[in-house]
Design a protein around this ligand. Sequence first.
Ligand SMILES: [Zn+2]
Length: 162
Amino acid sequence: MASSVSTCIRCGQRIVGAKHVYGGKAYCEACYKALMDELAKTESQKADLYKYICNLFGKQECPEVVVYGVDKLLASGYKISGIKATVWWWYEIEGHSPDNINFIIKVVTEQYKNAREYVIKQKEINAANDQIDLHNVPTQHITINSKKNSRTWKPNYRMEDL
Ligand SMILES: [Zn+2]
């Protein structure tokens, strides 16, 4: 059934006032603005990724095949941060030499899971280290004056009330 009332594809609310169309879909003012912000953020993250890859391979700019490949990865659910982490892990941590920039999409597809495991493990190690640090905090020994504390004081509220 066709409806003359436009509904925002994003928030599902009826569009009051200015209607914005992006990619053939209608958005309300607020959602359109949010979408534009997200797209701008994605673009700058992508630019950052290309710059990182180019630096790694000593190139002035990323070849079409890489740009196209990254878009394809993003379309299939990969995250920009994840792609960057995979490239970083494979070349900078694992030490593979950046010979052929055209292999980068293949590397990301094949190594994404391994890179993810590495990052998760590092986070666990860091968390464990944090815990060790906490345990290393010198314990302050408090001497309790037993006479002064001999009278037991009981709070007049129940713990459940807190
Ligand atoms: Zn909306």
